[in-house]
Ligand binder design. Structure first.
Ligand code: GLU
Length: 602
């Protein structure tokens, strides 16, 4: 049985008035109603967490817009999903403006400090790249956080409420506490050794040296204070004030515990982030990527994310085949092959600073046609496949070797919001690994990210340049794929998911399920997933391996490594009659929470 952390809706309404109630005298509260699907009017919110969804919905009900609700929900996720989201991390915020009909994006990705060098993730003692765990749990991995700056910029451009007001419900949840569920406890258990190295983290998440018990209430008054400080003094308190000093201290002198709980096999290295790095942080606003797919316009996130390019290229490849008329095995075969080809190109060409002409060329139909010629309907390609050459002259298939596949991470979360005016926010935010770099900033109640481990630790592309080597001020390549789809200029779909590099394939698979394979949006989310990222083995959920189509895929030469779960998506669909379908996961990560302002039948 899975439990979710929740507080009652009645309690929430009280919380939004900011009154700080005393800590609850009881350990359990009733779950509010939570559903993975909702249909209706007047606005919609979908997140992985019932409390965050309820906070967002409350903002919409009180007349706030989609951006206001997204910020309030994201701030709440920073409390209740602290190992996936928070002001110690970053993310990508995609906005559809109903008045102008335009899609705009904010890049709030964490930035490398000015001191970062191409070989900063190589151990000078051995000349070899650090082990992932050694780099993750260190000051070296922490990028300059972009999340608060993203909220501020989104509100400045499109919001209708002050940041301070929108932080209040989350501060109240942090102050009063929330109920620990099975997912939360297992995330702490998996991180117990890393969390046990730091007094500040152990005090919050390992009470009595153990992960908190399911059903108990966890309070985070330090985070409540941090949110209130920002509410009073603005984001300057974070980027230039007392919180900045505490972040820099934590990175430069990790708060290693005198008596550590559990063993940790790696030295805990400091990082080079300075006050100037924090003061210099800026949100960027790149042009969204755009690809046409079966008459629809698919908008995604451009560099430093590879999401928009990889999803867009794979769709352009798939558009050359009529998936809807193929047997299921054939459609899935093409989905897996297009994913592998797009990953080869993403690995070779996409990073922070990739020239826009290269991004554009990777998204042309001519390039997709060249790549599609590699797909053989009767046999899977040997993986890894080589990247193509996006130079505008396409005579045949290239033959260089592709990079290696990456491990999935899960320190990320997604939320999708629409308001009564038709504005949409599709926001994916992260601290990278589940639990980030494992350091709670002492006295501040939030974890730092380990986003800089998304850089290549050492060159991965043989003789070719690696676009994702670290550098001063550079942002590590992401796979986050917040996506908004328009049909004839009007919203049709908005979706995103966590899952490290599997984000790209999950967003692609949900789109194919919905657009080509005749599934409803809730079915498209629930369907079993597989992720082929240009490696010999594709990852596949048990339900995918058990699908009768999978034996056909085996016969074509696909190989699957079973994995329990891929992603934790949220999505909205806008129906022609004005209703919105809000969808979250029915079971993955314990199930998500979708809600609409005014319910109506499906
Ligand atoms: N750090 C990853 C990225 O930006 C996301 C991690 C995750 O989804 O769990 O691509």
């Amino acid at each position: 049985m899975r439990f979710r952390r929740t507080i009652t809706l009645t309690a929430l309404t009280a919380l939004t008035v900011v009154a700080v109630a005393p800590p609850p005298a009881y350990a359990r509260r009733a779950d509010p109603p939570k559903s993975p699907t909702a249909v209706g009017y007047g606005g919609a919110v979908t997140t992985v967490d019932a409390t965050a969804t309820a906070v967002g919905l409350d903002v919409l009900r009180r007349g706030g817009n989609a951006v206001d609700a997204a910020v309030a929900a994201a701030a709440t996720l920073g409390v209740t999903e602290p190992f996936s989201a928070g002001i110690g991390g970053g993310g990508f915020f995609v906005h559809y403006d109903a008045r102008t009909g335009t899609v705009r994006t904010l890049d709030g990705r964490e930035a490398a400090p000015a001191a970062m060098r191409a070989d900063s993730l190589v151990d000078p003692a051995t000349g070899a790249p650090y082990a992932f765990a050694a780099a993750r749990v260190s000051g070296l991995s922490a990028g300059v956080p972009g999340t608060l700056a993203t909220w501020e910029e989104a509100l400045r451009r499109w919001g209708s409420r002050p940041l301070g007001t929108l932080l209040a419900p989350a501060a109240a949840v942090a102050q009063r506490g929330f109920v620990i569920d099975g997912t939360f406890r297992s995330q702490v258990s998996e991180n117990a050794a890393a969390f046990g190295q730091f007094d500040s983290t152990a005090a919050l998440y390992l009470p009595g040296g153990q992960p908190p018990a399911v059903g108990t209430v966890l309070r985070n008054p330090d985070l409540a204070d941090t949110y209130r400080l920002v509410a009073r003094h603005g984001t300057g308190a974070f980027y230039r004030g007392p919180i900045a000093r505490d972040i820099v201290d934590t990175v430069q002198r990790p708060p290693v515990a005198a008596s550590r709980v559990g063993a940790w096999p790696h030295p805990i290295r400091p990082g080079g982030m300075t006050l100037a790095d924090l003061a210099d942080y800026r949100v960027r606003s790149p042009e969204p990527t755009r690809s046409r797919y079966r008459g629809l316009d698919v908008y995604g996130m451009s560099t430093p994310s590879s999401g928009g390019v990889a999803v867009g290229e794979a769709l352009n490849i798939l558009e050359r085949f009529d998936l809807s008329r193929m047997p299921r095995t054939g459609a899935l075969h093409h989905y897996l092959e297009a994913s592998a080809l797009a990953f080869a190109d993403r690995n070779r060409y996409v990073g922070d600073g990739t020239p826009q002409r290269v991004v554009r060329e990777l998204l042309t139909d001519r390039f997709a046609a060249d790549r599609a010629c590699r797909i053989d309907a009767s046999a899977a390609l040997d993986k890894p496949v080589a990247p193509g050459v996006p130079d505008g002259s396409y005579g045949g298939c290239a033959s260089a070797r592709a990079g290696s596949a990456e491990q999935p991470e899960h320190g990320t979360t997604n939320l999708t919001v629409a308001d009564r005016w038709g504005n949409i926010v599709q926001y994916t935010l992260t601290i990278e690994a589940t639990g980030g770099n494992a350091m709670v900033v002492p006295g501040r109640g939030f974890l730092l990210n380990n986003e800089l481990t998304d850089f290549s630790f050492a060159p991965t592309q043989g003789d070719a340049a690696d676009p994702n080597l670290p550098g001063p001020g550079k942002r590590p390549r992401s796979s986050m794929s917040p996506t908004i789809v328009l049909a004839q200029g009007r919203p049709l779909l908005a979706l995103g998911t966590p899952g490290g590099a599997t984000i790209i394939t999950t967003v692609l698979q949900v789109l194919v399920n919905r657009i080509d394979l005749g599934m409803t949006l809730p079915e498209a989310l629930a369907a079993p997933r597989a992720s082929q990222r240009n490696a010999a083995m594709a990852q596949a959920e048990p339900g995918f391996v058990a699908d009768p189509a999978a034996s056909g895929l085996d016969a074509l030469g696909h190989r699957f490594a079973p994995t329990a779960e891929l992603g934790a998506a949220t999505a909205l669909e806008f129906l022609p009659d004005g209703r919105v379908v809000a969808a979250a996961e029915p079971t993955r990560r314990g199930g998500g929470a979708a809600a609409v302002v005014r319910a109506a039948g499906m």
